[in-house]
Ligand binder design. Sequence first.
Ligand code: C2O
Ligand code: CU
Ligand code: CU
Length: 470
Amino acid sequence: RDLPPTRVWGYNGLFPGPTFHVFRGQPIRVLWRSALPEKHFLPIDTTVHGADHGAPEVRTVVHLHGGVTPDTSDGYPEAWFTPGFQQVGRYFTNAVYEYPNDQAATNLWYHDHAMGITRLNIYAGLAGMYIVHDEEEQSLWLPDGEFDIPLVLQDRSFRADGSLYYPAEPTPPVEGVDPSVLPDFFGKTNLVNGKVWPYLEVEPRKYRFRILNGANARFYGLSLSNDLPFLQIGTDQGLLEHPVPVTNLLLAPAERADVVIDFSSSAGEEIVMRNGAASPFPQGKLPNPKTTGVVMQFRVKKHLSSPDHSNVPHNLSTYHVMNPVQSNNERNLLLSMRPDEYGRSIHLLNDQLWTDPITEMPRLGDVEIWSLVNVSNATHPIHLHLVKFQILDRQPFDAEVYENEGRIVPTGKRMKPALNEQGWKDTVRANPKEITRIIMKFEPYAGLFVWHCHILEHEDYEMMRPYVVV
Ligand code: C2O
Ligand code: CU
Ligand code: CU
């Protein structure tokens, strides 16, 4: 059936934006400019929300997620701009951004990061993939060319006329209340690379898929209907040491998984990629197996067009395991939620607002351990700009003692991350009633960055904080 067209925003006319392919050590420059209209087509009220009182309704700034980028090119939330750079935010530096690409091969993504409206701008379409290649990866003979495919997973809701729907609450609107501040948003339909429930014709051979969860708030728990495993070869920040077979691949918003699927034993089959993750995660509703439980379909052809010479070697990469004794400083950081004066959920880092004074000021070159203490009921995917980190462990604490006395008393053992979470990450799932410890070195740039929850509704209200490398 013919569906009506849907208005979206994009980069260079594309939704998702065009995929960048860059090579390690070869810097690029990008002139980001805006041709967006003056009015948003999603519900918004800038008079109320966030730090940017009086900012124009439509503004944007681009952040390269996972990129090791100097702060002047990092897309600070208050470095937004409008068409023709007529108006710019208070941290605007330059329109031409430089990406050094001095980092290991991996899958990054770029997306809007404008203060207070990121959830609406990304929902409207402002996101795309950015792939870093290097020699190490190219020496492995992984599937490539037409057998190497990025998959951007998102969820959206549509009105009967085909237009994008983002809820406005309360309905009818209340004066002085931003109509699109929600605890989280879950669409009724999954999209892959901008298409609703698509299929892909594949040959009976190995494929590499670079999977990004680009949703606002939905977690994806991916599996294949014939129980074929995903052979995970990379995380957010590069190749794993060894491939890890996973049958249920959990990805929070902004997390990426580099996987190989071997269809060679599935000739002629139709395989459904399913989603089994609850929303909100982990205690919310399970997806409907007919709608949000379906992501896409693989139609495996009967024959190969040419022999499959690709390979997934046992040794993919090596990385330095960070040792907690190296750390110069440890911080306890609280992840919490409380109702605001209108009864809406406000999510907080360390009980502070965006506009509160900066409290995280690591020194350049220092190694720090951050203990993310999650006293809320939801898993928060916590992301830091600039740095890559390793997950040390997760440890439960006594929720009742916290409720009654406000104290954090660890109960169980410190649990090592799963095999496919070892290696380098830039976004980590901090589960409710757990302390998640990560370790990282603050380098190679000093400057002003941010850290935040990557559930976009949380990030916008108020689960984002500036931090400075001094
Ligand atoms: Cu993907 Cu600060 O963001
Ligand atoms: Cu980022
Ligand atoms: Cu969150």
